[in-house]
Ligand binder design. Structure first.
Ligand SMILES: [Zn+2]
Length: 93
């Protein structure tokens, strides 16, 4: 069985990964919509009717990005987005 990138992530990092990906894809749509003179902001289109809810979605994506940035050294997944800490300098000698 072929393992994909997401197979190797624990639940927390998988959720964070998906949310950050969704956020990044949405940003591209915001830009493309700007060129086309249309609102392609999916978060805005779905939740824009309730601005407080729309902000909460953006906050959740932001928190997911913080998790990916700062939740390093995960025991449960391979953390493929991060470089592992370098081995101790002495270990190579
Ligand atoms: Zn993890």
């Amino acid at each position: 069985m072929m393992h994909t990138f997401a197979d190797r992530l624990c639940g927390m990092h998988l959720v964070a990964y998906i949310l950050v990906l969704v956020g990044a894809l949405n940003w591209g749509l915001v830009a493309l919509g700007g060129y086309m003179g249309a609102n392609l902001n999916v978060v805005n289109l779905i939740f824009g009717g309730v601005p407080a809810l729309e902000r909460i979605i953006y906050l959740i994506v932001w928190i997911a990005a913080l998790v990916m940035l700062f939740q390093r050294g995960c025991e449960y997944c391979n953390e493929p987005l991060y470089t592992k800490p370098n081995p101790k300098p002495n270990s190579q000698q």
